[in-house]
Design a protein around this ligand. Structure first.
Ligand code: NHX
Ligand code: ZN
Length: 261
């Protein structure tokens, strides 16, 4: 659970103990902990939601799009699980988890993250003659990331290493609704154009990769329709012939013991 806070972990074990009691068991096992982790990340499972076969196909292709990009792109976290069983607000989801605690995100990681988020919509667009409202959360998250890269992380070559944020105090007081931003209309348009450029370039990249791997996309989606959830190992086996752009993993680095002087 790298990246989780202490509160997340407390929440997970609270959920796990409730699930254990519900299963009439006396000891929490990894089964309950796994389930609790997913509940905390994505909300409770909603098995009662009945999904028609044609929608199930859309959901499967959408999730397969995200998953295939996570597998291929060089700077994304590895896949933990893919599911088309509803959880919380989502009809389907891909969980990716970092391999270790990380405090920084590089420009390449942010761009690949945006590309992966757009992969669900791209897969829908490629596969069906239409697109759905379901991608709204993905679009929201990718747009927010792109805007942060431009206005907070100084990662747009056009805008440069400058931040364009609302005053912390004004945001805190909820005044940003009325107050004007502290920059000109020209800058505002330039920011909007940069955000739009990042999104359209990432979308094109996602599309190119998924078109090049159309067969793997269908294979993954069909497997998902059949099995409904796929674990990391199952995904790895299925995509063994799909070349990933990730660097091969280095052997475990030796942890230095700072208690030894
Ligand atoms: C609805 N939900 O609202 C239905 C129930 C495109 C296959 N009519 O992107 O489930 O359409 O990769 C947090 C998390 C809204 C807040 C997810 C707010 C999802 C989820 C809309 C899959 N998986 N979309 C996804 C999805 C939807 C939604 C959210 C949220 C779909 C997509 C929700
Ligand atoms: Zn999605």
């Amino acid at each position: 659970t790298p990246g989780f806070t202490g509160a997340d972990l407390a929440n997970i074990f609270n959920e796990a103990s409730l699930l254990t009691a519900r299963h009439n068991k006396k000891k929490i096992s990894m089964f309950e902990v796994e389930d609790a982790i997913e509940r905390v990340i994505a909300g409770p499972e909603k098995k009662s939601r009945i999904i028609a076969e044609d929608e199930k196909k859309i959901i499967a292709f959408h999730e397969a799009g995200h998953a295939l990009l996570s597998h291929i792109l060089p700077n994304t976290d590895p896949i933990h699980k893919i599911s088309i069983i509803s959880r919380g607000k989502a009809l389907g989801y891909v969980i990716t988890l970092p391999e270790a605690d990380k405090f920084l995100k590089t420009r390449k990681e942010l761009l690949d993250n945006i590309t992966q988020l757009l992969g669900g919509r791209v897969s829908e667009e490629m596969t069906f003659d239409d697109i759905t409202s379901g991608a709204q959360n993905d679009l929201d998250r990718s747009t927010k990331l792109a805007r942060k890269m431009v206005t907070e992380f100084g990662m747009s070559p056009k805008i440069g290493p400058i931040t364009y944020r609302m005053d912390e105090e004004e945001v805190f007081l909820g005044k940003e609704i009325m107050s004007r931003p502290h920059y000109s209309e020209e800058i505002a348009s330039e920011i909007d154009r940069e955000v739009s450029r990042i999104i359209s370039e990432s979308y094109a990249k996602a599309k190119q990769i998924l078109i090049e791997n159309k067969d793997a996309l269908s294979m993954l989606a069909n497997n998902l329709m059949e099995k409904e959830t796929l674990s990391r190992d199952q995904v790895m086996k299925m995509l063994i012939n799909v070349k990933s752009q990730k660097k091969p993993k280095k052997p475990e680095s030796v942890v230095k013991d700072d208690s030894v002087k």
